[in-house]
Ligand binder design. Structure first.
Ligand code: ZN
Length: 224
């Protein structure tokens, strides 16, 4: 894990203020649970912005995050209705799926209803947030060792958190606990590490757009 593979300060602050959508809160909280560097960054921001972040009774993420978003809709100037606590660090023999993600999908990825996305890549739609609000997709992706995800860009923000294995793209090498923050300017071709599956949690504003030589062909496939 390195300092360059962390969620941005801006996003951490929004998370702390309860001002992000539930899928984003889930990814950030899981990142914080896994990554000591992210936790110390969060604590530093918390100290800086202490006045802004009131201590409150802990609430389950699922309920708290959604309530906070609903409470703030239409009143961006308002003080945060509630803050989200720093999730507990995972100690000892770590579960592959740390809290809080475990609360959503359980602790055994093998039991999930994976669907094939492309050769060597399967996906699982994480049940989080309100599908009716649309737009945000939350998926687990499992990529075979050494397999490349085709070159693509994004229609909006893309947050990737590595849960197992690792991948490399133009921004470097990402391992368990690392996060990648991309937007429509990121055009990348992640390649999974050899040796083990790369398991990632991905929250994206919209579908990806393939940009490789066969992008026009495979876009239809990916978009389904
Ligand atoms: Zn991407």
């Amino acid at each position: 894990m390195t300092e360059t593979h962390l969620i941005t300060d801006e996003l951490l602050l929004s998370y702390a203020a309860g001002a992000v959508e539930e899928p984003v809160a889930l990814l950030v909280a899981t990142h914080l649970a896994l990554n000591p560097l992210a936790r110390s960054r969060y604590r530093r921001l918390e100290a800086l912005g202490g006045a802004m972040m009131e201590e409150i009774e802990p609430t389950p993420l699922r309920q708290g995050a959604l309530d906070a978003v609903l409470a703030r809709l239409g009143e961006p100037e308002a003080l945060p209705a509630r803050a989200i606590r720093l999730p507990a660090a995972e100690h000892g023999p770590q579960s592959l799926i740390p809290r809080p993600l475990r609360d959503y999908i359980g602790d055994d990825p093998a039991t999930l209803a994976w669907k094939p996305l492309m050769r060597g890549v399967v996906a699982f739609d994480v049940p989080v947030g309100d599908p009716a609000t649309g737009g945000v997709s939350t998926q687990l992706l499992k990529i075979e060792p050494g397999r490349a995800v085709p070159q693509h860009t994004h229609r909006g923000a893309e947050l990737v958190l590595v849960l197992d294995g690792g991948f490399t793209d133009l921004n470097g090498h990402f391992i368990r606990g690392d996060a990648s923050v991309g937007d429509e300017t990121l055009d990348h071709r992640p390649v999974a590490d050899p040796g083990s599956d790369c398991l990632c949690l991905i929250v994206a504003d919209g579908p990806v757009r393939l940009t490789g030589p066969l992008g026009w062909l495979t876009n239809r496939f990916w978009g389904s």
